[in-house]
Design a protein around this ligand. Structure first.
Ligand code: FAD
Length: 308
Protein backbone atom coordinates (compact mmCIF):
# COMPACT_ATOMS: atom_id res chain seq x y z
CA UNK A 1 0.00 0.00 0.00
CA UNK A 2 2.66 2.49 1.06
CA UNK A 3 4.76 1.49 -1.93
CA UNK A 4 1.84 2.16 -4.27
CA UNK A 5 1.08 5.49 -2.61
CA UNK A 6 4.69 6.65 -2.94
CA UNK A 7 4.76 5.57 -6.59
CA UNK A 8 1.53 7.48 -7.27
CA UNK A 9 2.98 10.56 -5.55
CA UNK A 10 6.16 10.20 -7.62
CA UNK A 11 4.09 11.52 -10.54
CA UNK A 12 2.26 14.31 -8.68
CA UNK A 13 3.44 17.83 -9.65
CA UNK A 14 1.86 19.28 -6.45
CA UNK A 15 3.79 16.95 -4.13
CA UNK A 16 6.89 17.45 -6.25
CA UNK A 17 6.63 21.22 -5.60
CA UNK A 18 6.46 20.58 -1.87
CA UNK A 19 9.15 17.93 -1.67
CA UNK A 20 11.72 19.68 -3.83
CA UNK A 21 12.00 22.30 -1.07
CA UNK A 22 14.36 19.74 0.45
CA UNK A 23 17.82 20.88 -0.71
CA UNK A 24 19.83 18.51 -2.89
CA UNK A 25 22.47 18.72 -0.16
CA UNK A 26 20.20 17.05 2.46
CA UNK A 27 21.43 13.64 3.56
CA UNK A 28 18.44 11.71 2.20
CA UNK A 29 18.99 13.14 -1.30
CA UNK A 30 22.80 12.86 -1.35
CA UNK A 31 22.53 9.24 -0.22
CA UNK A 32 21.13 8.43 -3.69
CA UNK A 33 22.22 11.44 -5.82
CA UNK A 34 25.81 12.69 -5.43
CA UNK A 35 25.13 16.15 -6.89
CA UNK A 36 23.50 18.39 -9.44
CA UNK A 37 26.43 19.44 -11.63
CA UNK A 38 28.43 17.57 -14.27
CA UNK A 39 31.62 18.18 -12.27
CA UNK A 40 30.11 16.50 -9.20
CA UNK A 41 29.02 13.51 -11.30
CA UNK A 42 32.50 13.23 -12.82
CA UNK A 43 34.14 13.53 -9.38
CA UNK A 44 31.90 10.75 -7.99
CA UNK A 45 32.72 8.60 -11.05
CA UNK A 46 36.45 9.16 -10.50
CA UNK A 47 36.12 7.93 -6.90
CA UNK A 48 34.17 4.82 -7.89
CA UNK A 49 36.60 4.04 -10.71
CA UNK A 50 39.50 4.28 -8.23
CA UNK A 51 37.75 1.54 -6.24
CA UNK A 52 37.66 -0.72 -9.31
CA UNK A 53 33.99 -0.07 -10.10
CA UNK A 54 32.42 0.75 -13.47
CA UNK A 55 29.76 3.46 -13.66
CA UNK A 56 26.67 4.30 -15.71
CA UNK A 57 25.54 7.93 -15.39
CA UNK A 58 21.96 9.15 -15.59
CA UNK A 59 21.19 12.84 -16.05
CA UNK A 60 17.99 12.98 -14.00
CA UNK A 61 14.72 13.94 -15.66
CA UNK A 62 11.68 12.18 -17.07
CA UNK A 63 8.22 12.66 -18.59
CA UNK A 64 9.06 15.93 -20.29
CA UNK A 65 6.41 17.48 -22.54
CA UNK A 66 8.65 20.36 -23.49
CA UNK A 67 10.85 20.13 -26.58
CA UNK A 68 13.33 22.71 -25.21
CA UNK A 69 13.68 20.69 -22.02
CA UNK A 70 14.33 17.54 -24.08
CA UNK A 71 17.03 19.41 -26.01
CA UNK A 72 18.70 20.65 -22.83
CA UNK A 73 18.80 17.05 -21.57
CA UNK A 74 20.59 16.01 -24.78
CA UNK A 75 23.04 18.88 -24.29
CA UNK A 76 23.65 17.78 -20.70
CA UNK A 77 24.55 14.27 -21.90
CA UNK A 78 26.86 15.64 -24.61
CA UNK A 79 28.58 17.85 -22.03
CA UNK A 80 28.86 14.89 -19.65
CA UNK A 81 30.41 12.62 -22.29
CA UNK A 82 32.93 15.30 -23.18
CA UNK A 83 33.81 15.75 -19.50
CA UNK A 84 34.20 11.99 -19.02
CA UNK A 85 36.56 11.93 -22.00
CA UNK A 86 38.62 14.81 -20.63
CA UNK A 87 38.87 13.07 -17.25
CA UNK A 88 40.07 9.84 -18.94
CA UNK A 89 37.00 7.94 -17.71
CA UNK A 90 35.68 6.58 -21.02
CA UNK A 91 36.81 3.04 -20.15
CA UNK A 92 35.08 3.20 -16.79
CA UNK A 93 31.78 4.90 -17.56
CA UNK A 94 28.81 4.77 -19.89
CA UNK A 95 25.47 6.61 -19.80
CA UNK A 96 21.87 5.58 -19.13
CA UNK A 97 19.07 7.48 -20.86
CA UNK A 98 15.34 7.68 -20.15
CA UNK A 99 13.58 8.21 -23.47
CA UNK A 100 10.84 10.23 -21.73
CA UNK A 101 13.53 12.75 -20.73
CA UNK A 102 14.46 13.32 -24.37
CA UNK A 103 10.92 13.75 -25.67
CA UNK A 104 9.21 10.31 -25.96
CA UNK A 105 6.02 11.55 -24.26
CA UNK A 106 5.50 14.52 -26.59
CA UNK A 107 2.28 14.08 -28.57
CA UNK A 108 2.75 12.99 -32.22
CA UNK A 109 6.46 13.77 -32.58
CA UNK A 110 7.57 11.98 -29.39
CA UNK A 111 8.76 8.67 -30.76
CA UNK A 112 10.70 10.18 -33.67
CA UNK A 113 12.14 13.02 -31.57
CA UNK A 114 13.28 10.80 -28.70
CA UNK A 115 14.85 8.28 -31.07
CA UNK A 116 16.72 11.05 -32.91
CA UNK A 117 17.81 12.61 -29.62
CA UNK A 118 18.97 9.26 -28.26
CA UNK A 119 20.88 8.69 -31.51
CA UNK A 120 22.83 11.92 -30.94
CA UNK A 121 23.82 10.68 -27.48
CA UNK A 122 24.75 7.25 -28.90
CA UNK A 123 26.92 8.93 -31.56
CA UNK A 124 28.83 10.94 -28.93
CA UNK A 125 29.24 7.89 -26.69
CA UNK A 126 30.41 5.78 -29.65
CA UNK A 127 32.99 8.40 -30.59
CA UNK A 128 34.30 8.28 -27.05
CA UNK A 129 34.43 4.47 -27.15
CA UNK A 130 31.66 3.90 -24.65
CA UNK A 131 28.00 2.85 -24.64
CA UNK A 132 24.44 3.93 -23.95
CA UNK A 133 21.79 1.89 -22.13
CA UNK A 134 18.11 2.80 -22.43
CA UNK A 135 16.31 2.83 -19.08
CA UNK A 136 12.86 1.25 -19.02
CA UNK A 137 9.93 3.26 -17.71
CA UNK A 138 6.28 2.27 -17.16
CA UNK A 139 4.76 -0.53 -19.25
CA UNK A 140 2.97 1.83 -21.64
CA UNK A 141 6.39 2.74 -23.05
CA UNK A 142 7.98 -0.73 -23.33
CA UNK A 143 7.11 -1.40 -27.00
CA UNK A 144 8.22 2.08 -28.08
CA UNK A 145 11.46 1.83 -26.12
CA UNK A 146 12.28 -1.56 -27.66
CA UNK A 147 11.45 -0.19 -31.13
CA UNK A 148 13.88 2.67 -30.50
CA UNK A 149 16.48 0.17 -29.28
CA UNK A 150 16.17 -1.80 -32.54
CA UNK A 151 16.58 1.38 -34.57
CA UNK A 152 19.60 2.63 -32.58
CA UNK A 153 21.30 -0.78 -32.75
CA UNK A 154 21.42 -0.55 -36.56
CA UNK A 155 24.04 2.21 -36.26
CA UNK A 156 25.21 1.58 -32.70
CA UNK A 157 24.90 -2.18 -32.03
CA UNK A 158 26.51 -1.73 -28.62
CA UNK A 159 23.37 0.08 -27.34
CA UNK A 160 21.71 -1.76 -24.45
CA UNK A 161 18.32 -1.66 -22.73
CA UNK A 162 16.69 -2.46 -19.42
CA UNK A 163 14.07 -5.20 -19.02
CA UNK A 164 11.86 -5.42 -15.93
CA UNK A 165 11.22 -8.89 -14.48
CA UNK A 166 7.89 -7.82 -12.94
CA UNK A 167 6.25 -7.60 -16.38
CA UNK A 168 4.58 -10.78 -17.67
CA UNK A 169 6.10 -10.17 -21.12
CA UNK A 170 9.72 -9.95 -20.00
CA UNK A 171 10.77 -13.60 -20.19
CA UNK A 172 9.80 -13.52 -23.89
CA UNK A 173 11.62 -10.18 -24.35
CA UNK A 174 14.72 -11.76 -22.77
CA UNK A 175 14.55 -14.58 -25.32
CA UNK A 176 14.36 -12.04 -28.16
CA UNK A 177 17.32 -10.11 -26.78
CA UNK A 178 19.61 -12.95 -25.63
CA UNK A 179 21.60 -12.83 -28.87
CA UNK A 180 25.22 -12.07 -29.69
CA UNK A 181 26.16 -8.42 -29.11
CA UNK A 182 23.02 -7.65 -27.13
CA UNK A 183 23.32 -5.91 -23.75
CA UNK A 184 20.38 -6.40 -21.39
CA UNK A 185 20.17 -4.87 -17.91
CA UNK A 186 17.72 -7.01 -15.97
CA UNK A 187 16.00 -5.34 -13.00
CA UNK A 188 12.88 -6.18 -10.99
CA UNK A 189 10.99 -3.01 -11.99
CA UNK A 190 10.26 0.19 -10.09
CA UNK A 191 6.89 1.55 -11.35
CA UNK A 192 3.32 1.12 -10.17
CA UNK A 193 1.98 -1.46 -12.61
CA UNK A 194 -1.46 -3.12 -12.81
CA UNK A 195 -1.96 -6.86 -12.28
CA UNK A 196 -3.04 -7.17 -15.91
CA UNK A 197 0.56 -6.67 -17.07
CA UNK A 198 2.78 -7.31 -14.06
CA UNK A 199 3.40 -9.71 -11.20
CA UNK A 200 2.55 -7.82 -8.05
CA UNK A 201 3.59 -10.44 -5.49
CA UNK A 202 7.23 -10.04 -4.42
CA UNK A 203 7.91 -13.79 -4.64
CA UNK A 204 6.41 -14.01 -8.11
CA UNK A 205 8.64 -11.12 -9.23
CA UNK A 206 11.67 -12.96 -7.83
CA UNK A 207 10.70 -16.18 -9.62
CA UNK A 208 10.31 -14.24 -12.86
CA UNK A 209 13.71 -12.60 -12.27
CA UNK A 210 15.32 -16.05 -11.99
CA UNK A 211 13.58 -17.33 -15.15
CA UNK A 212 14.79 -14.24 -17.04
CA UNK A 213 18.32 -14.66 -15.66
CA UNK A 214 18.36 -18.27 -16.86
CA UNK A 215 17.47 -17.15 -20.39
CA UNK A 216 20.04 -14.34 -20.44
CA UNK A 217 22.88 -16.36 -18.91
CA UNK A 218 22.27 -19.26 -21.32
CA UNK A 219 22.13 -16.88 -24.31
CA UNK A 220 25.02 -15.28 -26.13
CA UNK A 221 24.42 -11.64 -25.15
CA UNK A 222 25.88 -9.64 -22.28
CA UNK A 223 23.65 -9.89 -19.18
CA UNK A 224 23.75 -6.96 -16.75
CA UNK A 225 22.38 -8.21 -13.44
CA UNK A 226 20.85 -5.11 -11.82
CA UNK A 227 19.76 -6.00 -8.30
CA UNK A 228 20.74 -5.51 -4.66
CA UNK A 229 18.98 -8.71 -3.65
CA UNK A 230 21.62 -11.08 -2.19
CA UNK A 231 19.63 -14.14 -3.34
CA UNK A 232 19.48 -12.91 -6.94
CA UNK A 233 23.21 -12.08 -6.87
CA UNK A 234 24.01 -15.62 -5.67
CA UNK A 235 21.73 -17.24 -8.25
CA UNK A 236 23.20 -15.08 -11.05
CA UNK A 237 26.75 -16.10 -10.06
CA UNK A 238 25.74 -19.78 -9.99
CA UNK A 239 24.03 -19.52 -13.39
CA UNK A 240 27.09 -17.79 -14.84
CA UNK A 241 29.28 -20.69 -13.65
CA UNK A 242 26.79 -23.28 -14.92
CA UNK A 243 26.84 -21.62 -18.36
CA UNK A 244 30.65 -21.42 -18.46
CA UNK A 245 30.68 -17.64 -18.27
CA UNK A 246 33.77 -15.89 -16.89
CA UNK A 247 33.50 -12.53 -15.04
CA UNK A 248 33.50 -9.85 -17.73
CA UNK A 249 31.08 -11.79 -19.95
CA UNK A 250 28.30 -10.49 -17.68
CA UNK A 251 28.23 -7.89 -14.92
CA UNK A 252 26.49 -6.92 -11.70
CA UNK A 253 24.93 -3.50 -11.36
CA UNK A 254 23.65 -1.61 -8.29
CA UNK A 255 22.40 1.89 -7.61
CA UNK A 256 24.64 4.58 -6.14
CA UNK A 257 24.25 4.62 -2.36
CA UNK A 258 22.72 1.16 -2.02
CA UNK A 259 24.80 -1.74 -0.64
CA UNK A 260 28.07 0.06 -1.42
CA UNK A 261 30.08 -2.49 0.59
CA UNK A 262 28.60 -5.34 -1.42
CA UNK A 263 29.54 -3.51 -4.64
CA UNK A 264 33.15 -3.37 -3.44
CA UNK A 265 33.14 -6.95 -2.16
CA UNK A 266 31.99 -8.27 -5.54
CA UNK A 267 34.57 -6.15 -7.38
CA UNK A 268 37.35 -7.38 -5.08
CA UNK A 269 36.19 -10.94 -5.77
CA UNK A 270 36.94 -10.32 -9.45
CA UNK A 271 33.41 -9.58 -10.68
CA UNK A 272 32.67 -6.71 -13.05
CA UNK A 273 30.45 -4.30 -11.06
CA UNK A 274 28.81 -1.15 -12.37
CA UNK A 275 27.22 1.57 -10.24
CA UNK A 276 24.22 3.49 -11.60
CA UNK A 277 24.93 7.11 -10.75
CA UNK A 278 22.14 9.68 -11.15
CA UNK A 279 22.82 13.41 -10.96
CA UNK A 280 21.04 16.71 -11.66
CA UNK A 281 18.29 18.68 -9.98
CA UNK A 282 15.34 16.62 -11.28
CA UNK A 283 15.75 14.05 -8.52
CA UNK A 284 12.14 13.93 -7.29
CA UNK A 285 10.76 10.92 -9.27
CA UNK A 286 13.97 8.95 -8.77
CA UNK A 287 14.02 9.57 -5.01
CA UNK A 288 10.34 8.66 -4.60
CA UNK A 289 10.94 5.31 -6.34
CA UNK A 290 13.88 4.64 -3.98
CA UNK A 291 11.66 5.51 -0.97
CA UNK A 292 8.96 3.18 -2.33
CA UNK A 293 11.50 0.34 -2.37
CA UNK A 294 12.57 1.13 1.17
CA UNK A 295 9.75 2.82 3.11
CA UNK A 296 11.95 2.58 6.25
CA UNK A 297 13.73 5.69 4.86
CA UNK A 298 10.50 7.64 4.84
CA UNK A 299 10.69 8.92 8.44
CA UNK A 300 14.19 10.22 7.79
CA UNK A 301 12.96 11.89 4.63
CA UNK A 302 9.90 13.50 6.28
CA UNK A 303 12.16 14.87 9.01
CA UNK A 304 14.31 16.64 6.34
CA UNK A 305 11.13 18.05 4.83
CA UNK A 306 9.67 19.55 8.02
CA UNK A 307 13.04 20.97 9.11
CA UNK A 308 12.98 23.28 6.01
P1 FAD B 1 14.64 -5.66 -3.61
O1 FAD B 1 14.03 -6.96 -3.22
O2 FAD B 1 13.74 -4.48 -3.80
O3 FAD B 1 15.78 -5.24 -2.61
C1 FAD B 1 16.75 -6.14 -2.14
C2 FAD B 1 17.54 -5.46 -1.03
O4 FAD B 1 18.26 -4.35 -1.57
C3 FAD B 1 16.69 -4.85 0.07
O5 FAD B 1 16.37 -5.80 1.05
C4 FAD B 1 17.60 -3.75 0.58
O6 FAD B 1 18.60 -4.31 1.41
C5 FAD B 1 18.25 -3.25 -0.65
N1 FAD B 1 17.52 -2.11 -1.26
C6 FAD B 1 16.72 -2.16 -2.34
N2 FAD B 1 16.25 -0.93 -2.64
C7 FAD B 1 16.74 -0.10 -1.70
C8 FAD B 1 16.63 1.30 -1.46
N3 FAD B 1 15.92 2.09 -2.26
N4 FAD B 1 17.30 1.84 -0.41
C9 FAD B 1 18.03 1.06 0.39
N5 FAD B 1 18.20 -0.29 0.22
C10 FAD B 1 17.56 -0.86 -0.81
N6 FAD B 1 13.80 0.02 -12.52
C11 FAD B 1 13.03 0.30 -13.60
O7 FAD B 1 11.81 0.13 -13.54
N7 FAD B 1 13.62 0.75 -14.76
C12 FAD B 1 14.95 0.90 -14.90
O8 FAD B 1 15.41 1.32 -15.97
C13 FAD B 1 15.78 0.58 -13.79
N8 FAD B 1 17.13 0.68 -13.86
C14 FAD B 1 17.90 0.19 -12.84
C15 FAD B 1 19.27 0.15 -12.98
C16 FAD B 1 20.05 -0.42 -12.00
C17 FAD B 1 21.53 -0.50 -12.19
C18 FAD B 1 19.44 -0.94 -10.81
C19 FAD B 1 20.25 -1.60 -9.75
C20 FAD B 1 18.08 -0.86 -10.65
C21 FAD B 1 17.29 -0.28 -11.64
N9 FAD B 1 15.91 -0.19 -11.48
C22 FAD B 1 15.15 0.15 -12.58
C23 FAD B 1 15.27 -0.39 -10.15
C24 FAD B 1 14.82 -1.82 -9.95
O9 FAD B 1 13.75 -2.11 -10.80
C25 FAD B 1 14.37 -2.07 -8.50
O10 FAD B 1 13.27 -1.25 -8.20
C26 FAD B 1 15.45 -1.85 -7.46
O11 FAD B 1 16.69 -2.26 -7.91
C27 FAD B 1 15.12 -2.65 -6.17
O12 FAD B 1 15.05 -4.02 -6.47
P2 FAD B 1 16.16 -5.10 -6.02
O13 FAD B 1 16.39 -6.00 -7.17
O14 FAD B 1 17.35 -4.43 -5.50
O15 FAD B 1 15.44 -6.00 -4.94
Amino acid sequence: MLRQLLLLLSRSPAVKGLVTRVPVSSAIVTRYVPGEATEQAVAATTELAADGLQVTLDFLGEDTLDQAQAESTVQAYLELLEALGRAGLARHAEVSVKLSAVGQALPEVGERLSTDNARRICAAAHQLGTTVTLDMEDHTTTDRTLATLRELRRDYPETGAVLQAYLHRTEADCRDLAHEGSRVRLCKGAYNEPESVAFTDRHEVDRSYVRCLKVLMAGSGYPMVATHDPRMVKIAAALATRNGRMPGTYEFQMLYGIRAEEQQRLARAGEQVRVYLPYGDEWYGYLMRRLAERPANLTFFLRSLVSQ
